[in-house]
Design a protein around this ligand. Sequence first.
Ligand code: AMP
Length: 295
Amino acid sequence: MKIVKSIKKIQQSLEKERLKGKSIGFVPTMGALHQGHLSLIRRARKDNKLVVVSIFVNPAQFGPKEDFKKYPRSLKKDALLCKKCGVDFIFYPDAKAMYPKGYKTYVSVEALSDCLCGKSRPGHFKGVATVVAKLFNIIGPCTAYFGQKDAQQAVIIKKMAEDLNMSLKIKVLPTVRETDGLALSSRNVYLNKEERKDAAVLYRALNLARDLIGRGQKNSRKIITAISRMVNYKKTAKIDYVYIVDLENLIPVKVVKGRVLVALAVKFGRTRLIDNVIIESVKLKTQSAKLKLKV
Ligand code: AMP
């Protein structure tokens, strides 16, 4: 496994591999790797001849009051994990190389970037889309792997790739969770004991939405009220948003029909966590009908 900092060098190395006909699987990350990242890396390993992981804490996606400086960084540990998973290259550029003096070009995926997390983090998805577009250009992957944990990000990247005619596949893999349901996140290390305990409510709340929809509740407002009540019950929790949206345009739906995304962002103390589930109302209804028949 090679760790490459230089943009030119990684491009040269990967060009050689591409000429040999090797398919490249790519996993973009900000490091502080956990099992969620590793699930993407393992899948990339399974699907491709060559696996590239990027580790880059991207300043362009952090707001001025956000945690860019204190974001956890652990290259040594990350490199060991990558090696164990059979990664071929870690691309580890520095900010000056990615955004040299005079840098001017940004990618903005309209509308999709302004809702949900985009509302509370203005400019965040412009930073994400820009860095991912740059990374795609540098690495030239056949397939790039993303987590469902960051559902809005996945929708935006897919749209960007489609709109800009990028010739790669985007695969989105399921969220990896702790045993109590908390989605793994590099930011979980910020939580104190009480906040960590309270944070398990997020997945319980999403499951409550699943149950309600499964039992035939279609009124989004009522589902959101029930979820919010459950989360607000926790002392350290402060809701940023709870939305039920359609999966393509991320527009809030009043009535739950077909597949919807239930997404939330909640602060525990100073740590903002996000989570989501996709719920298919029709399927759940059929399942519950089958159960009733069995009884
Ligand atoms: P990050 O390092 O937070 O930018 O995440 C890099 C990639 O890992 C993104 O595609 C995330 O969606 C994905 N990811 C983060 N947490 C999880 C998780 N718990 N399960 C699955 N994928 C994840």
